[in-house]
Ligand binder design. Structure first.
Ligand code: PCA
Length: 324
């Protein structure tokens, strides 16, 4: 009797455990709002993987920095606390200057140029990620970056002393070169920073201004159109290596789809976001000739400084991009 019972108990236990052992769940931290197209795109990617693997690998997205804040995601994935995640590439300049290449003012300022720059830099990015125990999956751009400010800006000298919200070292340096005072603040904390007067200006896309209802705090957006920074999705290499070939192929396929859809979406929404800023009462304009010239000068300084830091790797990527 005792033997039969324990056999039955063992069987019940095995059936209960079997699916749980076979199926795996990957939590995927994201830094930006659930309704932002990057997050929606990542959610579609996650759903595609979950469905194509029949639930064997379930990917669950956690937007708005709810699982890890933007500034923590890279480390979380690298150390394996999260198997997969999305991070703004240009915020990773401390890891390697190559990650900042898409935040250099006026190096690539259209979607087409940004895509060329992406293709030229991807091999170097993949190599560096690999050395850090990470697997590159896909990257999607933000729309072109513009200047948000509380009052009209005709030249960079109008930015003197402004409290400037920066999202990476490059935008902090840009603020310094404008004579503004930078503070690094993640997108999720923008509303609070502007509401409390910690920041009064920033450079970002129409997308982030729209997500954060920036018209509640500032009245002007100048479409400087200087660069298109990207978010990338990366996986932890140990987690990746633990998957079978079939599952990895499914992820690669879903990543390629997400990348293509994401680039198309960013471009499609770019004008729409600017229209929404205007519809909510903001003055939305191109930069004055003076402001544009000032930014171009700053861009030259920043590119020169970056090339000094990025060495041969940086130079060869810039060459590959320019000789395309
Ligand atoms: N939005 C992000 C990065 C670039 C962008 O357009 C942000 O402001 O944090």
């Amino acid at each position: 009797m005792k033997g039969i019972l324990s056999t039955a108990a063992a069987l019940a236990l095995m059936t209960a455990l079997a699916p749980a052992q076979a199926a795996e769940k990957w939590d995927m931290p994201l830094a930006y709002s659930a309704t932002n197209y990057h997050s929606e795109n990542a959610a579609l990617f996650a759903k595609a993987v979950t469905e194509a693997t029949g639930g064997e690998l379930e990917i669950v997205t956690h937007p708005s920095g709810s699982l890890y804040k933007g500034g923590e995601i890279y480390r979380a994935v690298r150390t394996g606390q999260a198997p997969i995640g999305e991070r703004l590439m240009s915020a990773l300049g401390n890891e390697h200057p190559i990650f900042e290449i898409d935040a250099l003012p006026f190096l690539a300022s259209s979607f087409e140029a940004a895509h060329d720059l992406y293709l030229a830099s991807r091999p170097a990015v993949e190599k560096i990620l690999d050395e850090q125990g990470l697997v590159f999956l896909y990257a999607v751009p933000w729309p072109p970056q513009g200047l948000y400010h509380e009052s009209p800006v005709n030249s960079v000298s109008d930015m003197e002393g402004a409290k400037f919200r920066a999202y990476n070292a490059a935008t902090a340096r840009l603020a310094e070169l404008m004579g503004a005072v930078p503070t690094k603040i993640e997108a999720a904390e923008i509303s609070q920073a502007f509401a409390t007067g910690v920041a009064t200006s920033m450079i970002s896309s129409g997308s982030t201004g729209y997500d954060r209802k920036i018209w509640e705090h500032v009245g002007y957006w100048y479409d400087v159109n200087g660069w298109l920074p990207k978010n990338m999705v990366i996986a932890n290499k140990d987690a990746w290596d633990s998957l079978d070939d079939e599952t990895r192929a499914v992820i690669r396929g879903a990543a390629a789809m997400a990348e293509q859809a994401g680039w198309a979406k960013a471009e499609e929404l770019s004008t729409w976001y600017a229209e929404q800023l205007a519809a909510n009462g903001m003055t939305v304009e191109g930069p004055s000739d003076q402001l544009k010239a000032d930014f171009e000068k700053i861009g030259e300084i920043m590119t020169k400084e970056w090339l000094e830091r990025a060495g041969d790797t940086g130079q060869s990527v810039v060459d590959a991009y320019r000789n395309k």
